[in-house]
Design a protein around this ligand. Structure first.
Ligand code: TRH
Length: 377
């Protein structure tokens, strides 16, 4: 009989919480043949990621995953073998009580946020003993073999290679999204939070010798783009050119198509957690707009990742990369850093490909969770 897993997701904001948990759920079903229920407290966020999903349904099947509304008033359900509490979202008290008193206690994971910080490897896999004596295991995604790894579907890198080597497929994909760039234009995608210095970067792109076609999925950065263009409301489908820069606003697409978009681009600006990881699997240079935390804890996370990522780059490329990522995240002027970064474009492109392949040598997060469970029983 198939084992059952419950994943709990509370949407704090944006799309990362639901993006990560749905990706994990789909992979558990598709590659590990498990029954998975995904409990989400805000199905609107889910419906954005999964066009066609019903934001009002109490229960629906999506890619084999049973997606359930996480109700305010919890109703008893049959317990699974494994419970994943994503990002310390706090399981319903009645559910915890049922786990404490049942005959076969499920394995309980707290799946943490991604961080490259050193302390992560020391905490990964450790149990925390709850007052009732039940153990909850902390599972940390990460970039080294002392962590749980990254979400990566089987065959993902091979799929990307096949897509890249098939210009007809790439062309058809871009056409489907009405993306019709100049033949020699470079493509850049921009999925980021608000950025006070964005205009200085757009100025650089507009004044560059090479044409740029900038693809901007609808979202939080649009206000800054609008201001720079001097326009009122931009929405999906808008296309505007200024000198050598064409800006096109895209609709939010399903996760698989967002991957393809990243694969089509020469450079990607990404944010949060899941798009950040997908840009790494795209094997292209990137800027990471990290999710800002109240206590400024995000700066240590940004620096910890840069510390790992820049190994192997020349001194000049390291400096330019660090400056660009730090300026972007501080909302500062981008001109100087971007011009420096452009000088290292070829080196950064080769480095991104290498980084992707190195990371892909590690076990993926979903398989690591399943293996942990198998060792536990
Ligand atoms: O949306 P994010 O900013 O998400 C988060 C949340 O803020 C969360 O609370 C925080 O904890 C986390 O960041 C660190 O960025 P993220 O993580 O990249 O999630 C976006 C998801 O949306 C990801 O799964 C990719 C997906 N996506 C699409 O499916 N289609 C699209 O067109 C785009 C642009 C994104």
């Amino acid at each position: 009989m198939k084992a059952s897993w419950d994943i709990f997701c509370s949407v704090v904001d944006n799309f990362g919480d639901v993006g990560v948990t749905f990706r994990l759920a789909r992979q558990l079903v598709a590659e590990h043949d498990l029954n998975v229920r995904l409990w989400i407290d805000d199905l609107n966020a889910f419906a954005r990621l999964r066009p066609g999903a019903d934001p009002l349904a109490d229960e629906q099947i999506s890619d084999g995953v049973t997606v359930c509304r996480w109700p305010r008033e919890w109703r008893p359900v049959e317990l699974p073998e494994v419970v994943v509490e994503a990002f310390a979202c706090r399981l319903p008290a009645e559910y915890i009580q049922a786990m404490e008193t049942c005959e076969h206690r499920p394995l309980w994971f707290n799946l943490e946020y991604l961080s490259a910080e050193d302390w992560v490897s020391g905490c990964h896999g450790l149990p925390s003993i709850q007052s009732s004596g039940v153990r909850k295991y902390f599972f940390f995604p990460g970039f080294t073999d002392k962590t749980g790894g990254l979400l990566r579907e089987a065959g993902l890198i091979e799929q990307r290679h096949a897509f890249e080597s098939d210009p007809a497929e790439r062309g058809a994909f871009l056409q489907r999204l009405n993306i019709l760039p100049h033949t020699d234009a470079r493509l850049i995608s921009l999925f980021a939070y608000e950025h006070a210095g964005l205009g200085s970067w757009l100025d650089c792109l507009a004044q560059a010798e090479r044409q740029t076609h900038l693809l901007v999925p609808e979202g939080r950065i649009l206000g800054d783009v609008q201001r720079w263009l001097g326009m009122e409301a931009l929405s999906a489908g808008s296309v505007h050119a200024r000198n050598n820069l064409t800006i096109q606003v895209l609709p939010f697409v399903r996760q698989e198509d967002y991957d393809r978009l990243l694969w089509c681009c020469d450079f990607n600006v990404v944010r949060g957690e899941d798009s950040f990881v997908r840009a790494q699997w795209a094997g292209r240079p990137l800027i990471w707009h990290i999710y800002e935390q109240d206590d400024d804890a995000h700066w240590a996370k940004l620096d910890a990742f840069l510390e790992l990522y820049r190994v192997g780059l020349s001194e000049g490329a390291q400096q330019a990369l660090t400056q660009v990522w730090r300026n972007w995240n501080a909302g500062e002027d981008m001109a100087q850093g971007w011009i420096a970064l452009e000088r290292h474009a070829a080196e950064l492109a080769a480095h991104a490909r290498r980084w992707c392949l190195e990371q892909a040598l590690q076990e993926d997060l979903t398989t690591a969770l399943v293996r942990f469970y198998r060792n536990w029983i």
